[in-house]
Design a protein around this ligand. Sequence first.
Ligand code: 6PG
Length: 290
Amino acid sequence: MAISPTAQIKSGASPDAGPEVGSSIRVEIFADAVAQDMAIAHLFVRLAQEAVVRRGRFTVALSGGSTPKGLYALLATDRHFRASVPWSKTEFFFGDERPVPPDHAESNYGMVKAAMFAQLPAGLVHVHRISGERPDPGEAAARYEADLRDFFGPHGLMEAGFPRFDLILLGLGLDGHTASLFPDSPALRESERWVVANRVDRLNCSRITLTFPVLNNAREVVLLAGGTAKAAIVAAVLGQDAAASIYPVQRVKLTNGTKRWMLDRAAAAQLGAGEIAAHTTTPEAAENTG
Ligand code: 6PG
């Protein structure tokens, strides 16, 4: 395997404050966004194929924002990935949505549709969209939770009373938010509901978002961050003194699964030089990350 050793940090030793039982954290750093997207695409395909073999389908919650757009396009347009994803057995969900219609420029669904779904034959993929256009975001959240319950329950894909996604893709905001779990917002304290309308004063709106109990119940979570602008928050969350900070993303603590930070070199720029050298990979090595 060409990739240089990846720092797999077993529970208890994580730079993320707080223990994680039966879980592991991996920090993978890639030379650039191309290598990062390739590595995540290979991982996506591997997890999808394994899930279909073991459970007959693959359940994935997609991240919004700009960082994953290239990944979505790669999965749907690259000949190898397009042929390898078990599209008809994949159930696409969303980690969060903005309070806008699906054709709005701010819509996470709209972004994924343009980058991925619209590149595929109509009717091939199963998409569970969050209806951000509803005037009452609380109702949109309740309907999405009902959609999740109607799917995960009957298919036996629940654990400890919550849905167990095969994969959840999450981004990282400059303030340390992930999905739409923002600092000082009410959803940070949610421990029962699967989906909530989260009031974000800074944005003067309510975003619809999966909650921490659902995120932390996943088999795999990929936290992706790229670009120089993210270097400071990545260092704050992953750097040595991270124990002191309580960014929302640090509450992603899987009860029984693998959390992977998949970063490009620019986003990892403020992490220790030794760490970067140990985890940097080249596009060729990314090929072998599957
Ligand atoms: C959203 C996302 C959000 C996003 C971060 C990072 O709806 O905006 O779910 O959590 O991942 O804000 O966004 P960028 O990738 O655009 O930096």
